[in-house]
Design a protein around this ligand. Structure first.
Ligand code: NAP
Length: 296
């Protein structure tokens, strides 16, 4: 009979919890820098201006647009919020966009999504002048990102990249797994990681074995909108985990796609929700608006 030798010495596992990337603090730094550069630009006679259009009365959208407009004015920019009834016609909305395209006091135009079902959102986005496309959703901006040309980067993945830059994360040669393939988060995120020489895998709802992919990842970006999608057993020890998701838990509290409590025991870096990617998104919108004004 084979006798198994008992291990006499105890094995020690040295365990450290993840470093939390404080999106709120980093966003404040970005906003302070934007404010300073806005002041300089204003001294030369240009006040960066952002126009935000909201159609309908989606309560979440109302909070977002108010936050965006307030963030603009807080850092010294000019900002206008145009609110319209849900019954606004596509034609009228397109006409508003055209008139903002021609308005020299406006450098950035943002149409809050989602739009009412009778309006073709992509058509409206394509009506925005690419020079004022501070959300980075125009096909010209997407094409520029794809081909490595300068253009506006979508704010959420741009904010994620800022967070990785902040921790000096060496992306070159690393394996990044992006979960989600939307035009506003997943796809541009993958392109930005690729541009920094990461090897990128994009997972989505038809990916059969998500865990098999995430376990290989040095960087995980979760952008799905499903609570507890990423759990500790799916994460390689030391990985950087960025949580873009915005969900509510049973108590109605904001939470991400990542099981924060579990994953922070395994990951090397993790972003919290709230206080992670969310504040960075607004900060990068300000950075893009400043950029648009500077480009003029
Ligand atoms: P979206 O357009 O609904 O896209 C979700 C993506 O997740 C889709 O590509 C979908 O795959 C994929 N997916 C769905 N179930 C999945 C599963 N079980 N496993 C793997 N992938 C799955 O959403 P989004 O606009 O990209 O936003 C994603 C999340 O980020 C949402 O929670 C949103 O609220 C949040 N968000 C946060 C910010 C911020 O500032 N913090 C900004 C934008 C969005 P298919 O393509 O196959 O359907």
């Amino acid at each position: 009979m084979l006798k198994l030798r008992k291990r006499s010495s105890r094995t020690h596992t040295f365990h450290m919890t993840a470093q939390i990337i404080d999106g709120k603090a980093l966003a404040a730094e970005v906003r302070a820098e934007v404010a300073q550069r806005t002041a300089t630009l204003k001294a030369s006679g240009i006040t960066p201006g952002l126009a935000v259009i909201l159609v309908g009365d989606n309560p979440a959208s109302q909070v977002y647009v108010r936050n965006k407009v307030k963030a603009c004015t807080d850092c010294g920019m000019h900002s206008v919020l145009e609110q319209y009834d849900a019954s606004m016609s596509e034609e009228d909305l397109l006409a508003r966009v055209q008139s903002l395209n021609a308005d020299p006091s406006i450098h950035g135009i943002l149409v809050q999504l989602p739009l009412p079902a009778h309006i073709n959102a992509q058509k409206v986005i394509e009506a925005i002048s690419p020079a004022k496309d501070v959300d980075g959703f125009h096909v010209a901006s997407a094409g520029a990102l794809m081909t490595g040309l300068p253009g506006f980067l979508p704010c959420t993945p741009y904010g994620c990249m800022k967070m990785l830059e902040h921790i000096n994360y060496p992306l070159k040669g690393k394996h990044a797994v992006v979960i989600g393939r939307s035009n506003i988060v997943g796809k541009p995120m993958a392109m930005m990681l690729l541009a920094q020489d990461a090897t990128v895998t994009i997972c989505h709802s038809r990916t059969p074995d998500l865990k098999a992919h995430t376990l290989q990842a040095d960087v995980i970006v979760a952008a799905v909108g499903r609570r507890n999608l990423v759990t500790a057993d799916m994460v390689k020890p030391g990985a950087a985990v960025l949580d873009v998701g915005m969900n509510r838990n049973d108590a109605g509290k904001l939470c991400g796609d990542v099981d924060f409590e579990g994953v922070k025991e395994v990951a090397g870096y993790i972003t919290p929700v709230p206080g992670g990617v969310g504040p960075m998104t607004i900060a990068m919108l300000l950075a893009n608006t400043l950029q648009a004004a500077t480009n003029r």
